[in-house]
Each structure stands twice: as C-alpha cells, then as structure tokens.
Design a protein around this ligand. Structure first.
Ligand code: PLP
Length: 379
C-alpha cells in the first residue's frame, strides 16, 4: 500500500538517480511533475465554499490567471479536463449548423474537429501531415476557398507530434476574416509565449495537469469580450458550461457550483510560484530546455518528428530506432531507468516516442532522461 505522498514521489519505478527524485522521472506530456508548493497547498482542509476565505481564493486565482494569460479580460476555472474546454467553447460560441475551420495537425486537432461535428457544427478540416504545421497562407486559402467561417479552432501546441503552430499569424488571418479565434492551449499555456489580448484571441482553453504544474481536474478558459457577446447569440443549450453564469459568479468572487477546492488551493500556489518566476522567464526556460532536449536526442542519433521550423518547446517527439518498436523502446527505458515517457498516438503509436518538458522542470532531470534514452538507443 502507498502510504504517503513522499513514498509516491520517490520513483516507484526504481530509479536511484537523485536527479529523478520527487516525481521527476515522470516525463510524459502530462500529467506533469507537481510543483512542491502545489503538493503542500493541497493538504489544506476544506473551507465553506461561500466563505470569505473561498472568496479570496477565487479572486486571487482569477486575477493571477489574467496575468499569466496576458489579458485584461475574463479567465474562468471549471472542474473538468482539457477536452471539457472544447465542449465549453463550442456550446458558448456557436449554434447548430454554424460553419467553422479546425486546424488538424495531429490527434488533438482531430478530436477537436470530431467534437464539433458531434454537436452538428459544419466543420472544415484544415489538415496537414502529422509533424507539419498549418501556416497563415494555408488558413488564408481555406477562408478564400471554403469560408466564411464563424470561428477558427486552432491547436496551439500539438501534443501528439511535438509541434507548435504559428498562432499569432493564424489568429491574424482569422481576425482579418472576422472569425472568432478559439485556441486549444492545453500543452502550451504556462509554458510557451501566449498573449491573449495582443494576439486578439477569443477563447483560450487549457487543463491544469500540463504546464500549470497541478494534478488533472481543472479546465481554464480565457474568454474575450467579443466571445461573451457571441455567447449571448449562441443557441446551444448549456448549464454547467454556461460562461455567462461562470463570469457572473467569478465577478462576485464565488463559483456557480461546489468548486474542487483542493485543486484550487493547488492552482493558487502554482500561480504564485509562476508569477514569482515571471512569465517571460518561464517562456525562456522552456525555450532553453526544449533546445537542450532536441540537441541531446539528435546527438544520440535519434530523429525528431516535427518540422524544425515549428519545434515545440514543451514536448519533443522522436522516432524509435529501426531496431525496435516505440513500445519496446518505452518498456526498456522504463525497466532500465525508471523513467516514464509516452509512445505516439494514432497511426504514429508504433513508431514515435514523446517527452514532456513543461511545467516544473529543469535541466538535471532532462539530462538524466537523455542519458537513459541514449543508453537504450545505443544497444
Ligand atoms: N488538447 C491537447 C493539445 C492535449 O494535449 C490534451 C491532452 O493531452 C487535450 C486537449 C485533452 O485534455 P484532457 O485529456 O485533459 O481532456
């Protein structure tokens, strides 16, 4: 039986490398390593969720999330995971039969497109080979050939391929064509540059189990004034995901339903740590570490999946060597080092592996990961 967090944190997979202590063997692209202050904060007892203490918590998180998203507009937190953000953005911004364009650069763009289709949205899939990005020119062409679109749904960072789409340029095209800009920032928010107001984004969703350094269970969405106006026009039925109810509750420093208090304690602590580090410094750290992982893997003779012009600084995907499948590579790495990385998704499941380097991460644990990967690849 696991009796404590400490026991959980000291590599259940058997590594004795001190660089991999305190959960740092976990190198999948989320859930990620918890920030120690998040773990500590989450031990707190419950408080009445309509108390002054809860109001202070809700208010502080809402304000700090604005800073982290670089927006003066609203940022809201629901119990839920990243995909809940897909559904929330659809029911709040659209009506059945609306036409949208969805960038499909991998498994998550594909799922977003399918989710919209489930709701009866008329979806134009702007699809590229996995590992490639959607460019502004491609989006412009899609508007010209297949538009108009009510909204452009853009995956900022494609977790399944380790690729970052050129969001500022894509958003510019969508806005020039008068479409709402809806962004899946699940594996980019809190890791990669993200300027909600400057880039004129309308709905930016993420899940706190990625670079926010928290356990899974909260969905965060930054919502523009334009998106709030669209929510008044949208005709989908909605209750739990109604952003108008959420915005009104947040303005009153409360929540529409019983909040996931322990997770809010954790997110509060994560935000305090993040703002203490500073958003620009967080982005620079991720850029430095992304570069470090890529060159370490390439030095070990491994081939990366993504187009080099669009490498992601939060996730790296690489091909398994010819001598073994991705699953064999994964299992050997796990058995020999105690380090957990992820295999690919969809049609790339058998051929690629993915390393998460976002959130609470620094170079030593990535060096240990690269060394262990190089050892498996060299045999
Ligand atoms: N979008 C992206 C880019 C993701 O990486 C993920 C999960 O990894 C999701 C959406 C779905 O998030 P969740 O599994 O939290 O529902």
């Amino acid at each position: 039986m696991v009796s404590s967090q400490t026991e959980l944190a000291t590599s259940p997979l058997g590594s004795s490398d001190p660089r991999l202590s305190n959960g740092r063997w976990l190198r999948i692209p989320g859930p990620t390593v918890l920030h120690p202050s998040v773990v500590a904060a989450m031990q707190g007892d419950m408080v009445p969720h309509r108390s002054p203490e809860a109001a202070a918590l809700v208010g502080r998180i809402a304000e700090n999330l604005k800073v982290a998203h670089r927006t003066e507009q609203g940022v809201y937190v629901w119990s839920g995971t990243g995909s809940a953000g897909w559904e929330a953005s659809i029911v709040n911004l659209l009506s059945p039969g609306d036409r949208i364009v969805v960038t499909v650069t991998g498994d998550f763009g594909d799922r977003y497109a399918k989710t919209a289709k489930t709701f009866g949205i008329d979806v134009c899939r702007l699809e590229v080979e996995w590992g490639q990005a959607v460019t502004a020119e491609m989006l412009e062409q899609a508007f010209a050939d297949h538009g108009p679109f009510k909204a452009a749904f853009i995956t900022h960072n494609e977790t399944s391929t380790g690729l970052t789409n050129p969001l500022p340029a894509l958003a510019k095209v969508a806005r020039a064509n008068n479409a709402l800009v809806v962004v899946d920032a699940v594996s980019s928010a809190a890791a990669l540059p993200l300027e909600v107001d400057e880039w004129d984004l309308d709905w930016v969703l993420s899940g706190v189990q990625k670079a926010w350094m928290c356990p899974p269970g909260l969905m965060v969405s930054a919502v523009s004034a334009r998106a709030m106006a669209a929510a008044e026009q949208a005709t989908f039925p909605r209750f739990f995901w109604d952003v108008r109810t959420m915005a009104a509750a947040t303005a009153n420093l409360t929540t529409p339903t019983t909040p996931a208090l322990s997770l809010l304690y954790g997110l509060d602590a994560a935000l305090i740590a993040m703002l203490d580090e500073g958003m620009e410094d967080i982005w620079l750290r991720h850029a430095r570490l992304g570069d470090h992982v890529r060159s370490g893997l390439q030095d070990a003779g491994l081939r990366l999946l993504a187009d080099p012009a669009y490498y992601s600084d939060s996730i790296t995907a690489f091909f398994a060597p010819d001598s073994m499948t991705a699953t064999e590579f994964h299992d050997r790495l796990r058995a020999e080092s105690g380090i957990e990385i992820a295999i690919g998704q969809g049609h790339l499941a058998g051929s690629i592996l993915r390393i998460g380097h976002m959130g609470y991460v620094e170079q030593p644990e990535l060096d240990a990961t690269i060394e262990a990967i190089a050892a498996v690849a060299g045999t």
